[in-house]
Design a protein around this ligand. Structure first.
Ligand SMILES: Nc1ncnc2c1ncn2[C@@H]1O[C@H](COP(=O)(O)OP(=O)(O)OP(=O)(O)O)[C@@H](O)[C@H]1O
Ligand SMILES: [Mg+2]
Length: 249
């Protein structure tokens, strides 16, 4: 069964695209067939993270009905399949983000995972990314502002999309961070992964290679691989976590 997961957040810049690219690459390294869709229609940057900025057909063309979905799928050198979005300024004119759900369904049966890199906030396209997936992972930083915004997003989408939990990214950057337990208490969802602040992440982005390939032994890469292993059932978590990850198996 194809598993569809949206990476969403309240605050922008917290690490959704980094998580989508690296979780996708880590799942791909485990032999899974993975498609990552750039659901951030207004300010897309998945293709920039992966170094494929020029392509003739985009997600926008598919949403406009000008191309078939399989014309907009590109195989990245890591093995990951990517559906990039149009980077031009007026690309979103006439686009209906709610059509994302149909696009995602066209990968049913041929992919193990479809990850959707969502837009931040509570706008139409952010909500469309969550609604296009069966489950969502909320990405946040361990700061009160980011977690407050994450909570708003959670409360907005939780009735229509099942929230698996949170990836807390850039842990250890500041001395006054919220602890995982505090974030769980605030949001009432489990912290699935704590990705540390790691200088290899921005370096890997500048070199356009996911950190799980660029620096496999880095702390961030290990954490993304751990999350991928949990999603595929290779790494078991007991009790509550086994219930969350159970649907994936
Ligand atoms: N674990 C990390 N350690 C250090 N820097 C990081 C880490 N994760 C992300 N970053 C930095 O944060 C920046 C923003 O990350 P990213 O683009 O993934 O956020 P985003 O949530 O997708 O942003 P947007 O809301 O604009 O789509 C990256 O360009 C990178 O420099
Ligand atoms: Mg992004």
């Amino acid at each position: 069964m194809t598993k569809t997961i949206a990476l969403i957040s309240g605050k922008g810049g917290v690490g959704k695209t980094t998580t989508a690219a690296n979780l996708g690459a880590a799942l791909s390294l485990l032999g899974k067939e993975v498609v990552v869709v750039d659901g951030n229609l207004t300010t897309p940057n998945l293709s920039i993270h992966l170094g494929i900025p020029l392509y003739p057909v985009t997600l926008h063309d598919v949403l406009r009905g000008k191309a078939g979905v399989h014309e907009a799928v590109y195989r990245h050198r890591t093995g990951l399949k990517v559906v990039p979005a149009d980077l031009s300024v007026n690309a979103t004119r006439g686009i209906k983000p709610e059509k994302l759900k149909d696009l995602v369904s066209s990968f049913f049966g041929t992919s193990d995972f479809v990850l959707i890199d969502g837009a931040a906030g509570l706008g139409k396209e952010a909500l469309a990314a969550a609604e296009a997936a069966d489950r969502a992972i909320v990405v946040t930083n361990p700061e009160i502002t980011a977690v407050t915004d994450a909570l708003k997003t959670i409360r907005t989408v939780e009735d229509s999309t099942e929230i698996m939990g949170l990836v807390v990214n850039r842990v250890g950057k500041h001395s006054h961070e919220l602890k995982a337990e505090e974030i769980e208490e605030m949001t009432e969802y489990p912290v699935l992964s704590k990705v540390p602040e790691d200088p290899t992440v921005p370096k890997s982005i500048s070199l356009k290679v996911p950190v799980v390939h660029f620096s496999p032994k880095s702390k961030a890469a290990r954490e993304f691989r751990n999350l991928a292993e949990r999603l595929t059932g290779l790494r078991k978590r007991r009790g509550f976590f086994s219930r969350i990850f159970g649907w994936l198996r």
